[in-house]
Design a binder for this molecule. Structure first.
Ligand code: ACM
Ligand code: ZN
Length: 573
């Protein structure tokens, strides 16, 4: 009976095929889990995985101590994300009501784990549900950013879709540095509050904690100061030269109206600070002095050495020699009044006073400046700048604020408690930290996001110059190898700077900032030994889907193309 022989062979064949299919599915799931577990940016400090996953449904709850307002706020952050991206309405419940449920994401503040410190978290996804613990709200917030990145994102016909599934993982994570900063120049071009909030969202998603808001410049004063209304009536507006290259912009014609610009009211600023605080981001305002002050001098020319008149510059003509006079006491009174309002608005401990690129030609010729040098026994104009900054520092300390400035504040002697932001290389930061000062590293070699992203400049939108590819940002180590261990705690961290001469709108800022911001986030968050560029690039390709879900205009490092079309030049040639 031949059929009897065939049947067992047939059954064997079918069974073997089924087993292979099941194994293939299982291994695909494993691969997926494998990918999910390692695709987080910035890379966590320690992460282990177990086979298996949790599927979230709408019977899941977010559990926390709802009497704690901060925890309630964090729960609603997670609730909102799940509603928007998973289409799931989770239940917000108090731990007192439902402590035993397995179908839960538990958020707990423990306030005592020495490993996690001020910003770390512990995240566990197991058969028993999801547990997120930290000592602080900030730690929980960063844990939530990781949790969100564990949901797999896929490209579909309808755009990016997140799946409501989490791999079993155990993550213990905390940042390497306490200053994880991004700067934005809102003076060379003005950006509305809506974009500032979007920028803050991008920082938060990458666990950055400092937004350095560059608010005053030669080309625009962008913060309302109640005692000096002309700063924004005059200083916030310039003639429109948007059709000309930045470096060739022509001065105003006689009688021409100043129509390009804008500023933030104090209510706008409070709104931004509140928005940032909810995302555990400190906003550091920068009020430039003694240079980069032409917009202020256009409004109040009596604060200069020469008396003016001045106009708000539509572009850059170097060197820009008009700066605040260091010889007139009225200048210090003005700056103190401005800083008093700024200090009252911004709750963070730092105020950035600029200090860079102050051309001192006017000081050499000014009788008031020369009289100040003589009266105080100063050697030269560098020491006059040092006098200027020290006097401002004394005032800030009296307002319970700390002064931070660009590394030129070292010249002529550093103010006693100043923090240095080292941009002309690392040397300024090394000198300052050896002298016992705190430092933020932001050298042009690794941190200037206004530089080109490709050597092929023709293929890129016009930028200021330079070349800073993604791998150079990734290779950055803010800790100088020669710094002795006893001084290393002075290196607070690092930040990237976004100067916007050649970035006329938010779309363009996103193109220049991402994915270099992703690389920076790993530089300042992840342990040095966890960083591997090839591994980062692999995770970055997955991360792009998260950016796509937010409609971000990043530059794809694989294709060299913008996620959204970016004009090659924004001005017509
Ligand atoms: C700077 O880039 N001038 C600080
Ligand atoms: Zn002067």
């Amino acid at each position: 009976m031949p059929s009897l022989k065939i049947v067992p062979q047939y059954v064997f064949f079918v069974l073997a095929t089924l087993i292979l299919i099941v194994m293939a599915c299982a291994s695909r799931q494993m691969v997926q889990i494998q990918q999910m577990e390692t695709d987080i940016i910035p890379k966590p400090m320690v992460m282990t995985t177990d086979p298996g996953s949790v599927h979230l449904t709408d019977s899941f709850s977010i559990l926390c101590d709802t009497d704690d307002k901060e925890l309630e706020g964090l729960s609603s952050t997670l609730y909102d994300w799940c509603k928007k991206f998973l289409d799931l309405e989770l239940h917000l419940k108090s731990t007192k009501q439902a402590s035993e449920s397995k179908q839960a994401i538990r958020l707990t503040l423990q306030k005592m784990d020495p490993v996690l410190g001020k910003e770390g978290y512990q995240l566990d996804v197991t058969d028993n549900g999801v547990t997120l613990q930290a000592n602080t709200g900030a730690g929980l917030f960063y844990g939530l950013q990781t949790l969100i990145q564990l949901f797999p994102a896929t490209q579909t016909e309808n755009g990016i879709q997140y799946e409501a599934v989490l791999p079993f993982v155990h993550i213990t994570d905390k940042p390497r540095f306490s200053w994880r900063g991004m700067h934005l120049d809102v003076c060379r071009h003005f950006f509305p509050v809506s974009f500032i909030k979007r920028y803050i969202d991008l920082l938060a998603m990458h666990k950055m904690n400092t937004f350095h808001w560059h608010l005053t410049e030669d080309q625009g004063w962008r913060i309302e100061i109640k005692q000096y209304p002309r700063l924004t009536e005059i200083g916030a507006w310039r003639v429109d030269r948007e059709h000309q290259n930045w470096s060739e912009r022509t001065p105003p014609e006689p009688g021409e109206q100043a129509t390009y610009g804008g500023f933030y009211t104090q209510d706008d600023i409070r709104e931004v600070i509140k928005y940032a605080r909810k995302r555990y981001i400190t906003v550091v305002p920068e009020i430039e002095m003694p240079g980069h002050a032409v917009a202020a001098l256009a409004a109040y020319p009596e604060l200069s050495c020469t008396g003016g008149p001045f106009y708000v510059m539509p572009g850059g003509y170097w060197p820009i020699t008009n700066i605040y006079c260091a010889g007139k006491d009225t200048v210090f009174k003005f700056l103190e009044n401005v800083l008093e309002e700024v200090a009252a608005l911004f709750p963070g401990e730092y105020i950035h006073i600029g200090g860079d690129e102050a051309f001192k030609d006017n000081w050499e010729k000014c009788s008031d400046c020369q009289a100040r040098i003589k009266a105080n026994g100063l050697k030269d104009e560098h020491e006059l700048q040092s006098y200027f900054i020290k006097r401002i520092e004394e005032f800030l300390i009296s307002k319970n604020k700390k002064l931070i400035g660009w590394d030129e504040i070292l010249e002529g002697g550093l103010a006693p408690e100043a923090t240095v932001m080292s941009w002309r290389g690392m040397d300024g930061g090394i000198i300052a930290s050896k002298a016992g000062h705190d430092v933020v590293m932001s050298p042009t070699t690794h941190c200037y996001l206004d530089y080109y992203q490709s050597e092929d400049q023709e293929a890129e939108p016009v930028a200021i110059g330079g070349y800073l590819p993604l791998d150079s940002v990734y290779a950055f180590d803010p800790m100088p190898p020669e710094l002795e261990p006893s001084r290393q705690h002075h290196i607070l961290g690092a930040q990237c700077n976004v100067w916007t001469e050649y970035m006329p709108n938010g779309n363009h800022v996103e193109y220049m900032a991402l994915p270099r911001l992703c690389a920076l986030s790993e530089v300042v968050w992840s342990p040095r030994e966890q960083r591997h560029y090839e591994d980062f690039l692999r995770r970055l390709s997955v991360h792009y889907k998260r950016l796509d879900a937010l409609d971000v205009n990043y530059r794809n490092h694989e294709t060299g193309k913008a996620a959204k079309p970016t004009p090659k030049t924004y001005y017509s040639e």
